[in-house]
Design a binder for this molecule. Structure first.
Ligand code: GDD
Ligand code: MG
Length: 359
């Protein structure tokens, strides 16, 4: 089966992390997020993925190329201006044959795609929408189902008084190619507010497929951090590349940890990190390659990208720190996403708080 992965949105809610990197390239457990998605597609029987890209597409294609090494052949469909979720798939239509899958490019799902396909075929559905259960459906699309999972209504971003179910659109679909006949070419069109309500209205066979496994949309700084922490804590076993030791610590080559430093797992460290005397790391925490922790520095429940330096006695708690960020000695950072495109001596650009509501 082929799959279209929607990797085109600008990811504005993930700012500042997406200033220089598109969402699919944000490191999750020290690997680009999209690498996790492609691994899961390969396992689910997908042999070719069409990446519907728009925002910083070269950052994606220069890393992934034609997919060699990922186990899934990659084709790129690049939009000059955003065509919306359905418009982007319409643009990629010539690459498709037969029933195909669509994935929002910002979600991590522990999904059995073969089982979803069997469900889709057994119902003779035109469209099957994977659903997951959340406490607060308002930031998502609500999927109301009836007999045997037939979708009765689809309400995108409902107001609280419009919520009639906690089952939401998980952003994964299996579609028959003919549904794209209802999507106008070359114009902005959304599945969520356009095609799906249209198909339901016409009485087409649209079904909801309930997911039971782990699912998270990582499209905000808080959820991005949560995803890293959840995976590190073993919520989805296959996500960690390598084997943790008995303290749930996995160090890259050439790391040096001072014997007086305290490292409480789960902790994942890239190559050549240095942890100085009396520093404390309280997991879950991820360090990219070549991070440095000064004496008595403390890092807790955080994700540090490559080359981050935390000065002596500085504290970092519930933060995501972009590549090369420098935390000055004694500074205390809590609940922040910080990037620094240019680190001048003793200066970092700290721009965002993780203040969005979580569910
Ligand atoms: N190629 C392309 N072009 N991709 C796009 C475009 C576009 O114009 N617009 C959005 N995307 C991609 C985004 O990059 C993302 O991967 C995906 O489509 C969904 O967009 P988001 O902006 O993240 O939407 P959302 O999270 O608010 O809502 C969507 O996902 C929820 C589940 O996470 C909807 O599908 C909801 O119904 C759903 O519940
Ligand atoms: Mg999203």
């Amino acid at each position: 089966m082929k799959a279209v992965v929607l990797v085109g949105g600008e990811g504005t809610r993930l700012r500042p992390l997406t200033y220089a990197l598109p969402k699919p390239m944000l490191p999750v457990l020290n690997r680009p997020f999209l690498e996790h998605t492609l691994a899961s597609l390969g396992k689910g029987g997908v042999d070719e993925a069409i990446l519907a890209a728009g925002y910083l597409p070269e950052a994606i294609s220069s890393y992934f190329g034609d997919g060699a090494g990922q186990g899934v052949r990659l084709t790129y469909s690049v939009e000059d201006s955003p065509l919306g979720t359905a418009g982007a798939v319409k643009k990629a239509e010539r690459h498709l044959d037969g029933a195909f899958a669509v994935f929002n490019g910002d979600l991590f799902a522990d999904l059995d795609l073969r089982d979803m396909l069997a469900f889709h075929e057994s119902r003779k559905a035109k469209a099957t929408i994977a659903m997951t259960w959340v406490d607060n459906p308002c930031p998502y699309g609500c999927v109301e189902t009836g007999v045997e999972g037939a979708v009765r209504r689809f309400i995108e971003k409902p107001r609280p008084e419009e919520v009639t179910t906690h089952w939401i659109n998980a952003g994964i679909y299996i579609l028959e190619p003919e549904v794209l006949e209802h999507v106008p070419p070359g114009t902005h069109h959304m599945f969520e507010t356009g095609l799906f309500p249209f198909l339901i209205e016409r009485g087409e066979t649209v079904f909801g497929y309930p997911l039971r496994g782990y699912w998270l949309d990582m499209g905000t700084p808080g959820k991005y951090l949560r995803l890293n922490c959840d995976l590190l804590q073993g919520r989805v076993k296959s996500a960690i590349n390598g084997i943790m030791d008995e303290h749930a610590v996995l160090l890259g080559e050439g790391c040096s940890i001072h014997p007086s430093a305290r490292v409480e797992g789960p902790v994942l460290m890239g190559r050549k990190c240095q942890v100085s005397r009396h520093a404390v790391i309280k997991g879950p925490a991820v360090f990219g390659a070549e991070c440095y922790l000064g004496e008595d520095a403390r890092v807790e429940r955080s994700v540090l990208w490559q080359g981050v330096k935390v000065g002596a006695e500085a504290g970092v708690k519930e933060c995501t720190l972009g590549g090369g960020v420098l935390v000055r000695s004694g500074d205390q950072l809590t609940s922040r996403a910080v990037v620094s495109s240019r680190v001048r001596k003793g200066q970092t650009r700290s721009v965002s708080f993780l203040s969005e509501s979580e569910d």
